[in-house]
Every structure is written in structure tokens, then in C-alpha cells.
Design a protein. Sequence first.
Length: 316
Amino acid sequence: MFTQEQIDQFHRDGIIVARGVFQGKELAALRAAADRVVEEGIADTAQTDHRYRANADGIPTYFRSERMWDRDPIFQAVTVNPTLLSCFGQLIGHPFMPAVDSFVCKIPEGDLPIHWHQDPPYGDPAWTVTHPVPNIDADIYLDNSTVENGCVWVIPGHHLVGHVELENYSEDALFDELGAVPVEMEPGDVSFHCISAPHGSAGNRTGDLRRTFYIHYLNAETQFQCYGQKDRIQKLKDRMGLFDARALAAVRKMIAAREQLGYGGLEGTSLRLNEEGFEFTGEPRTPPRHWGTLIAAMSEDEIRRKKSLTYLNQTA
């Protein structure tokens, strides 16, 4: 659970880390299932829903897998972990549902950087504003993530201005000159980052494995405003529904999977589930449409400078 000070820090910076959310048998089961996914991805035995990119030598290299909820019940179970949901609910301040699941893997010496970007829709220069309801990814770390093995770097404080002009800077400048900070993690930690926050990572040149299971939980209003007719959202609707009876049934199946694995459900928590998704009812939590309030308090000059990243070597 986050304190009010931590919630305020998240809305100021665009990222926050919750340490040790997953532990013990649950973390061990998640890592074991991930081992099988990585083995399959590297071998390409299934030839489905795994992703590859060419490394510096032009060799296709495994780096990502999709449809994790369909691969093993543990991925469903951790998606409805009460601590994870409570932390997310504190930050968003609105009902939310799990919408997208994915698995990112940096294999040993794979050396595949993730270039600096904002997640959709904010990478589009035409996307000039940030929606007033927070839009957040939850990244569950299964291994140590360090500067040496390619941890995520974030430029704090630029998540409320719509598209940021990353295209005007080199990768080196974005890492070294614009206030980027590394986000080093341990197994079981969860980072919550605004999808509008500029972020990137270097390649893994070590012998370490660095894996992340990430979940994009969405609010219904944000889904409509930010994604509308996007192909991936349509595929999700086809797969399990979205903010409808099928989606609610899918979430209840996740809770059942959690209980069957012996981890317990939502009893005794400050979470409730209805047709709009999960809602955190405890305190402290983010006020409704909080980003709208924060954006309204920014001057046009501050927005312009943050969009153009003209805070060279300064705190934004």
C-alpha cells in the first residue's frame, strides 16, 4: 500500500515502485512458468505469439511473448493479486479492468535495446494532450533489473503534456543529458509507470536474464478516449471482451484461478468488483480525474518546455 506522499510523488514523476509485492510460493510459481515461456520462445517450438527482433548482427532474437493469461493459470492469478490491485487502485482513483497482458524478456547477451518512446497513443506527434484519468502499466519483475543488464530508464515529470518530442534527440542524449533516471528492480517488485512517461532501456550485454510480466489495466473512459478502434483493443474484445459481461466473467475466472492455486481471493480487502471493474475503496487514493486538475494548473510555457525537453541538465 502507498502513503499519500508516495501517491503524490507518482503523480509528480510518472512512475513509482512497490517493493516485494510478490514473494514466496507465488513468485516462485510465476518464475517457473516464465522459465517455460522463455524456453519455448527461444526454441520457437510453438511458433505463435512470440516476438523477435534482429540484433546488431542481424540475427532474429527472442524478446517478447503475448497472451500470457492463456499460457498458465499463474499469470491469471497474479493479475488479481490483492496487493497489486490495491496499489493500482490507489494510483488511478477510478474503476479499472485488466486489458492487455505481455511478457518482455532480455535474454543473456541478447543486446536488444528498447528505444526511447512513449506508449500508445502518446508516441504519435498528433496526440497533443494527456487524458485526465491516469493511464498506467503495472510491470512485475521476475529477476534483478540493473543498469548493467538493461533496466528501464525514465525521464520524470513529463507524463502530463501529451506527446513529448523524443524524436528531436539522439538515444545517447536521452540517456545522458535530459534528466533520465534508472529504475533498478528486484524479483517480486512492481513498477507502475504512466504510459505517457518517456522511457527506454539499453540492451542486455551480461549473462543475466531479465524478465517482466506486465499488465495494462484500463479505465473504461480512458479506453474509449485513447484507443477507440485500435486493432489490438479489437483483438482483446474478440478474445475476452472489454468492459462487458465476457470481461467480467474473465476476471472472475482469474480470481477462481488464484483461489485454486491456494493464494486466496479478495476477502478482507478494500477492493470491490462490479461491471466497471475493480475499485479501491480505502484511503488514501487519487481523486477522480486527477490528471485533469494537475494539467489545468500548468502554464502554457511549462507544457511547451516539457514537450520539447528544454530542461537540459535540470530538474523538470
